[in-house]
Ligand binder design. Sequence first.
Ligand SMILES: C[S@@+](CC[C@H](N)C(=O)[O-])C[C@H]1O[C@@H](n2cnc3c(N)ncnc32)[C@H](O)[C@@H]1O
Length: 267
Amino acid sequence: MTSSSADRYEFGKNWTRFVKTSANDERVDIAKRHILAFVGRDNLNGLNFLDIGCGSGIHSLAAYRAGAGRIHGFDYDEDSVSATNIMRQKAGEPKNWTAEQGDVLNDEYIASLGKWNFVYSWGVLHHTGRVWHAIENASKTVASDGLFYIALYSEDVQTDPQFWLDVKRKYNEASKRRRWLMEWWYIWRFVMGRNPLMFPYVLVRIVRHRLTRGMSFFADIRDWLGGWPMEFTRDADVISYLAARGFEKVNIKTGEACTEFLFRRTA
Ligand SMILES: C[S@@+](CC[C@H](N)C(=O)[O-])C[C@H]1O[C@@H](n2cnc3c(N)ncnc32)[C@H](O)[C@@H]1O
């Protein structure tokens, strides 16, 4: 399932808003615990962390706090890089953490990054317009025996991808006011199930949402409705694509919109 529009969602503006209004130590700690739980470690000591599509920078900061050695984040969107730099400033601008503008589809840029023993790209590769090339390029940065942690929108979970591709197209073409209305349409239809008695549940969801990965309910709704370009992949296709490139699956978490995969490069 491939998007056809050439337009891009302004991810970085959403992340800058998140960093300025919501990011705090509690959320960074939740993000850190999420990464460590998925990779089954107590810390990231001895690992260098490449954050592809770093977005808000919260996961780079989480990796820094988890003890990663060198950290490098890059993102296509300059505003995402600025958001990440705000997070770097919060951490006292550590010398072992860099962030810059970069495109995972740019083969020369990818080659210039060298090899990393922990490559993280959560919710990114399906927003490039060329998901398989993005997966391949990201995988090329993984060192021998290194970890590759990616999350991708799953067609196994989302049985009507065309519906969402249409919604996203409309959201990206909409005015600011219409976008706001679409965000509440989403909440009314998919969070409240069109039942006004469910409004207290929305408040519970807002409070609990940070427990997922330290993220914000509203920032993630904007990201979901806006995220464009957009492609869905099947979990089994991702596993076999990477198996053919020398990666074994170490962990997988399915059932949410994004399937999380942890691979190790074996060859
Ligand atoms: C949904 S956000 C995820 C951000 C972050 N990884 C997280 O988990 O919160 C997707 C990010 O991917 C970035 N992105 C999209 N296309 C990209 C590309 N070709 N190269 C690098 N980053 C890209 C977007 O700008 C955006 O910041």
